[in-house]
Write a protein that binds this ligand. Structure first.
Ligand code: HEM
Ligand code: HEM
Length: 161
């Protein structure tokens, strides 16, 4: 296997768009949350705004599970030989953690939004969100180092294949 399959690549980039949407534009959900905390009353518009965040997040969860299934069936390309062993391990750990967060963020969000667990909401909005941002930064840095320092085909195999 030289590159990720077309469905694997499409789902990676679709996930990127959806995750960035929820990370950068959570205002609808935050407005709903503030009203709930303040007086437990929300308008239909606030519910609609919050639902967009919820549905996008649930789509991310479904796509992550689908990708894990495809990874299991189709496999993934081997690490390039130019990559030092320690970075191979780091990349594997980072991908594992990214998948973990693409599952844990929606689950904690669902627990807070649909079942009213405030603690899950705090975990979601403070801790997991911050870890996801940090991992995305490392992940993008890793991709750039591959492209420009080790000059491997890693970016290519997740884009044009
Ligand atoms: C990977 C998917 C998701 C990401 C990246 C994400 C991201 C975020 C972000 C950035 C915030 C605002 C945090 C802040 O103001 O600092 C937030 C808040 C929130 N999200 Fe999500 N979210 C995701 C999925 C979901 C899902 C599926 C639901 C519910 C069905 C949900 C429910 C909530 C709730 C209830 C809050 C307010 C929690 C609070 O402030 O205590 N999220 N989310
Ligand atoms: C929301 C942001 C992102 C998330 C959640 C994310 C998540 C992931 C995950 C989970 C994998 C592992 C795929 C697998 O082995 O099954 C992966 C691979 C990859 N990602 Fe991302 N990614 C994000 C953004 C980006 C960006 C912006 C770039 C480009 C600069 C990028 C480039 C890559 C590349 C090149 C691979 C393949 C690595 C390899 O061949 O081993 N990702 N990504």
């Amino acid at each position: 296997m030289d590159a990720f399959s077309l469905p694997q690549r499409v789902l990676h980039w679709l996930t990127v768009v959806l995750v960035l949407f929820n990370l950068l534009l959570p205002d609808g959900m935050n407005t709903w949350h503030r009203s709930m905390v303040r007086n437990g009353m929300v308008t239909p518009e606030q519910v609609s705004g919050a639902n967009i965040h919820a549905y996008v997040g649930i789509a991310i969860l479904i796509l992550a599970l689908l990708r894990l299934g495809m990874r299991y069936i189709q496999g993934v390309p081997a690490s390039p030989p130019a990559e030092p062993a320690i970075f191979k391990v780091a990349a594997m750990a980072a991908h594992f953690a990214l998948y973990g967060l693409l599952i844990a963020l929606p689950l904690t969000g669902i627990a807070a939004y649909y079942f009213g667990y405030g603690g899950a909401g705090d975990l979601h909005a403070d801790v997991l969100k911050a870890i996801l941002w940090a991992l995305i930064a490392l992940h993008v840095l890793g991709a750039l180092v591959h492209q420009f320092y080790w000059k491997t085909n890693v970016l290519r195999r997740m884009t044009i294949g």
